[in-house]
Design a protein around this ligand. Sequence first.
Ligand code: 5HY
Length: 244
Amino acid sequence: MIRIHVINPNSTPSMTETIARAAKAASAQTTEIEAVTARGTPASIEGYADEAMSVPAMLAAIRSAEASGAAAHVIACFDDPGLSAAREVASGPVIGICQAAVQVAVTIASRFSVITTLPRSVPVIEDLLVLYGASHRCRRVRAVDLPVLTLEADAGLARSRLLAEAIVARDEDLVDAIVLGCAGMAELCDWLSKEIGLPVIDGVTAAVKLAEALAAGGFRTSKAGAYAFPRDKAGDLGAAGPHA
Ligand code: 5HY
């Protein structure tokens, strides 16, 4: 068995349950999914400050999962918050659901659009697409203009907004796939794909399958460069100590 640690950086347990169901549905028989809710972080991640406030607890969860034998880690938030910091503290591979979804999208489709929750998340995701070298393959990052937690609080409204936006993306953006831009949309993937007749990619599924592949291949995060473990600063100021 390999254990994959799936961390929800926001502090909403019911969203972790949604993520866990999607992760388990995607995982192989030989995979154990350890789904964890970050402690003391924002109830949802909607922009840069929420991201920043979620990272310390997420890093603590990754350190703990490493100690209990996790072979790989999935950051189950489409902003990929703290992804590089997580790779510093982890030995196993760390996969962000945005990066994983984008890698699947560019492999199975020539052009895709992303549909996320609030308009404020659109530039965050656009910048990630540039970082991942995929911005020329994404026609548009769209938003249903609903808060993250409304996906669960009003599932009917979420579905109708997502379907309407996906139809516009299919017919106006002329894409051959849609990427769901929020972990909370994970269970809407198959339904939406059937409704619009296009492949729909959920980042939780993409990340779990990539994590399984990397773990099975024995790949570990390289500690030879920028992803080396954080330095111990204790001796840096010498005998003078921190209050010279
Ligand atoms: C997510 N926020 O996947 C992101 C995406 C978003 O709490 N989980 C969050 O919609 O901003």
